[in-house]
Design a protein around this ligand. Structure first.
Ligand SMILES: [Cu+2]
Length: 69
C-alpha cells in the first residue's frame, strides 16, 4: 500500500535523513522516499501498519505529519 505523508518542519538534508530513518525503522514500512522540495514522504507499508504509528515516528524526531494520502 503506497502512502504519501505531508510533513512540516523539514529544512535541510539532515531533516530528510532523520525522517527517512524514523520511518524506515518501522516494521512493515519499506521504500521510504523523502522529498525536501515537496515536503513529503512516499512509502510502501503493510496493512498492519497504523497511520498513528507513522505520525508518531515522525513526531518523535521533531517533525509533524499534516496529511496522509
Ligand atoms: Cu535539517
Amino acid at each position: 500500500m503506497k502512502k504519501t505523508l505531508s510533513i512540516t518542519g523539514m529544512s535541510c538534508q539532515h531533516c530528510v535523513r532523520h525522517v527517512t530513518t524514523a520511518l524506515s525503522e518501522l516494521e512493515g514500512v519499506t521504500n521510504v522516499q523523502v522529498s525536501l522540495e515537496n515536503k513529503e514522504a512516499v512509502l510502501d507499508m503493510a496493512e498492519t501498519v497504523s497511520l498513528d504509528a507513522l505520525k508518531d515516528a515522525v513526531k518523535e524526531v521533531g517533525y509533524t505529519v499534516t496529511d496522509v494520502k
